[in-house]
Ligand binder design. Structure first.
Ligand SMILES: [Zn+2]
Length: 250
């Protein structure tokens, strides 16, 4: 028997160990595009790094997820004329007004093509089918944290922060409606979204009736009389008392 190959074989396997560890970590991190998988805490990942030789493997897997995340972002292109997103840019009953530090944010997000066309189509359908309502969109992507509200992260604007759950807004799949205005003889006082705005209530009633391809994944709103459906469609008076959040698509 060749003595060298008999002793070289275990060392060879040891040298190959980082490859499966890297792959397991990459696949674990990738679904949430986070550097901490759902089944391990940040502390456990740090412990894994303490094992001799493992730190570079963990860091390589985290770096690979960062690259994959950038590749996964669609390259923004301006909406084509006549598309749903282009229609929103000149819709007479849609106000596109961001917060004080990003007043043109919603308009620029549409112009740059970062908003999901299915989300644009949903808003076009809403405006078409509710012809007595005016809608104010304050946020698509610009002006919103990268991580969802409640993520325990050091920097909620950094999608790579450990523990960050990436918001639908970050990928252009979310919209926050802060105002719905309708005729006072039909709805009473309307304007800013609140639990008392009956025109905004009409919007949520319409949203929850949508089905199939056009149905948004998340609808969070301030109306406690609209029954929750699953874990993504519910009233929330803590973070959504002043707006309707629509996010994502199944
Ligand atoms: Zn939102």
């Amino acid at each position: 028997m060749d003595q060298r190959s008999a002793t070289a074989s275990p060392a060879g396997w040891a040298r190959l160990l980082p490859i499966p560890v890297f792959l397991v970590l990459f696949l674990a991190f990738f679904p949430g595009l986070s550097q901490t998988p759902a089944w391990a805490s940040t502390a456990q990942i740090e412990q894994l790094k303490q094992i001799p030789g493992m730190a570079p493997v963990v860091e390589a897997a985290q770096a690979a997820v960062t690259v994959a995340q950038e590749v996964a972002q669609p390259i923004p292109t301006a909406p084509t004329s006549g598309s749903a997103c282009a229609q929103l840019l000149q819709h007479p009953r849609l106000e596109l007004r961001g917060g004080p530090s990003y007043p043109d944010g919603p308009r620029q997000d549409l112009e740059r093509g970062v908003v999901n066309p299915r989300l644009c189509q949903l808003l076009v359908n809403l405006l078409d089918q509710q012809p007595d309502l005016n809608i104010w969109v304050k946020v698509f992507k610009t002006g919103h944290f990268a991580c969802v509200n409640g993520s325990q992260v050091a920097d909620p604007n950094d999608p790579n922060s450990p523990g960050c759950r990436i918001s639908d807004h970050f990928g252009g799949n979310g919209v926050d409606i802060f105002g719905v205005t309708g005729p006072v003889d039909v709805f009473g006082p309307t304007g800013p979204v609140s639990a008392n705005n009956r025109a905004a209530h009409r919007v949520v009633e319409w949203l929850v009736q949508q089905g199939g391809h056009t149905r948004p994944h998340q609808i969070i709103h301030p109306f406690v009389d609209i029954p929750p459906q699953g874990k993504h469609l519910f009233p929330d008076l803590e973070h959504h008392d002043d707006h309707i959040h629509i996010g994502g698509f199944d």
